[in-house]
Design a protein around this ligand. Structure first.
Ligand SMILES: NC(=O)c1ccc[n+]([C@@H]2O[C@H](COP(=O)([O-])OP(=O)(O)OC[C@H]3O[C@@H](n4cnc5c(N)ncnc54)[C@H](OP(=O)(O)O)[C@@H]3O)[C@@H](O)[C@H]2O)c1
Length: 298
């Protein structure tokens, strides 16, 4: 039995569906009155009912409720956690969910005799990182490594579906000028969220992933300016584009996304993913493949 925590989320739902397609027994840790019910209408989440209809078994609970976590991990071989509070709010915070909730999950999994634990972290997770999310991820990575569980810490680069959707898809939909921060000239290694899901699934039984921290990325790095040019080029139009100074607030972006947009113009990332791609059999989606399926082939 595989338990997916974060199953209604964008990445978690893809993992659940992939596992079910393989015929695996999947339990999903889900909440009543989940924000995913609303978010699913914009394609940003998966409803609990859609996961149940696909064959998943619900374990109702909340990462802020220890007893419900303990019930959910009972009889489970593998835990996959992609849960986080970045797109939630209210009592769901980085401290209560990303940190304490995940620490409680690791602890409960250990006590329940879970064999495998796969955790979605971020590249650059560190206790010294200026961004709190990266500090919480580092704390959970440390707890998982110390837990004695056979772990895999997955550190993916930036997801195309989420970030290109936010920075380019939203203004396009709203017929507004696309705004980039700085000169939009720092290159990042964007990867497809579907590829991340495929890696998670491939890693469960692959000993190469046991007790490893694995950095994942896409086939190439691109700047935001290049991305806008690629989208326009594939669509056959010139997209209206303007630049704003670092630290600016872009009105159509959520708050968390604004600080990340400025942060992305402060560093670059370039990754060689040939080894990971070969080891886990995941062919990396290119930027143009993503653009064509999202912005062109409707
Ligand atoms: N986006 C990127 O570019 C990027 C890059 C690297 C790594 N990552 C990591 O990838 C992971 C996947 O993110 P995602 O986009 O799939 O996240 P998401 O769509 O925001 O989903 C969040 C999930 O966490 C669950 N959750 C939140 N609070 C909870 C609580 N109190 N109890 C139980 N479940 C709770 C949500 O359930 P409800 O629906 O019930 O709220 C939902 O299933 C994250 O860990 C993220 O840090 C993302």
């Amino acid at each position: 039995m595989i338990l997916v925590v974060g199953a209604t989320g964008s990445l978690g739902g893809r993992i659940v569906r992939g596992l079910l397609e393989q015929g695996q027994d999947v339990r999903v840790f889900v909440r009543h009155n989940s924000p995913s019910e609303q978010m699913a209408q914009q394609g940003l989440a998966h409803t609990v009912q859609s996961l149940i209809d696909a064959g998943a078994q619900p374990a109702w609970g909340d990462l802020k409720d220890k007893a419900s976590i303990e019930a959910a991990v009972a009889g489970v071989d593998t835990v996959i956690s992609t849960a986080n509070a970045v797109k939630r709010g209210g009592e769901d915070t980085l401290a209560t969910v990303d940190r304490q909730g995940t620490l409680n999950l690791i602890d409960a999994a250990k006590r329940a005799g879970v064999k495998r634990f796969l955790y979605a972290s971020v590249q650059g997770a560190s206790p010294e990182h200026p961004v709190p999310l990266f500090q919480h991820k580092a704390a959970c990575e440390g707890a998982l490594m110390d837990s004695g569980l056979t772990y895999t810490i997955v550190q993916p680069s930036i997801f195309m579906e989420i970030w290109i959707g936010l920075m380019v898809g939203i203004p396009l939909m709203m017929q507004q000028t696309i705004t980039l921060i700085g000169q939009g000239d720092h290159a990042h290694n964007f990867m497809s969220e579907q590829d991340v899901a495929d890696y998670f699934i491939a890693m469960i039984d692959n000993p190469a992933a046991f007790n490893q921290t694995v950095m994942l990325g896409g086939p190439a790095s691109h700047t935001w300016t290049e991305i806008v040019e690629h989208v326009g080029g594939r669509m056959g139009v010139e997209l209206p584009l303007q630049y704003a100074p670092p630290g600016s607030t872009i009105a159509y972006l959520p708050e968390e996304a604004n600080s990340m947009a400025t942060m992305m113009e402060m560093y670059e990332d370039h990754l060689d993913i040939a080894e990971a791609s070969a080891t886990y059999g995941v062919r990396p989606t290119t930027l143009d493949e993503y653009i064509d399926r999202t912005f062109v082939q409707r």
